[in-house]
Design a protein around this ligand. Sequence first.
Ligand code: CP3
Length: 349
Amino acid sequence: MTAAAPTKTILRALAGETLPTPPIWMMRQAGRYLPEYKATRSQAGDFLSLCYNPELAAEVTLQPIRRYGFDAAILFADILLVPQALGADLWFVTGEGPRLSTISDMAGVQALKPTDAIHDTLSPVYETVKILTRELPAETTLIGFAGAPWTVATYMIAGRGTPDQGPAHAMREQAPEAFDALIARITDATIEYLSMQINAGAEVVKIFDSWAGSLKGEAFTRYALEPARTITSALKARHPGIPVIAFPREAGDGYIGFGPATGADCVAIDNSVSPEWAAEHVQKDGCVQGNLASSHMVTGGQALVEQTQRVVRAFRNGPHIFNLGHGITPDADPENVALMIETVRNFRA
Ligand code: CP3
């Protein structure tokens, strides 16, 4: 199969092209800040029922595309579906977040289901992707995703979100064999899961390592960089040319060289580093995505306009996908999202 040059703007940026206007999408673009999302979620019953209902999950994926005309749609699902597919109990406590059964030793790792079994749980997600390939506008890129092994492991070990990932760091230090076995199991499952999303029609995949910033030095290399490299190379061997976005959130200096070292086509940048720094140290190696602070979607106004222009200006001499530095929050004003998009698309240097 010979790959034709891509025409969709997101794919062009991922192929290394510098575009006059950066393509744009937004982390958590389908979410509680949108009234139409809340309506569909209540129709589904709850968040997990929405994730596993292909028709409704496709509907909420499409809602921000219809409202704003983003250049990419991100599959509606959650990174914690993989632990659930591996056998963990998973539920969400309203106003608090996810809860899972916990793993602390080798017996817990060995009790997980075999990798092949994940599709029994995850097949509705592949169906969502198939629906989207039919229903998305021709110019919109479909992004699939999964959590990175370290971030997923932090939830599987603690059974919930944690401010400092303490339980996962403790297991890494006190039960390193069991910890490594858990990372290996999640890595294998993630490869199979993303591969099925690609088979179903995902055009790009993104690996979310939300807690990469708490890994330092050798631990960052071993548990953030290495798994991202393993997943990326396995996917590219099976699906030649599939673009990969890596998001080692709050990696700081760890962002430098992350793309070349992992083989990822694009590094997504959070807003704890400046766009000027990221342009100099990360974009020199290829496409970057980011990095407006999501708080501007709450506060709006002239600061939103100025900071949006600052991000576009900083990255304008290389391949760039405009995004927030992290997901949009439920208290955001939908009008501010429209203002951000208008500012990006009207920017002239
Ligand atoms: O970006 C998108 O619009 C696609 C869908 C998506 C969701 N979660 C939907 C969601 C994606 C890509 C995620 C990723 C995700 N999920 C991450 C990594 C990215 C990040 O934000 O750091 C993590 C750590 C999770 C785990 C998770 N899911 C948490 C901690 C929570 C609770 C916190 C919260 O915002 O409520 C969720 C729930 C969740 N995932 C919601 C959505 C829209 C809100 C649930 C609801 O509707 O009540």
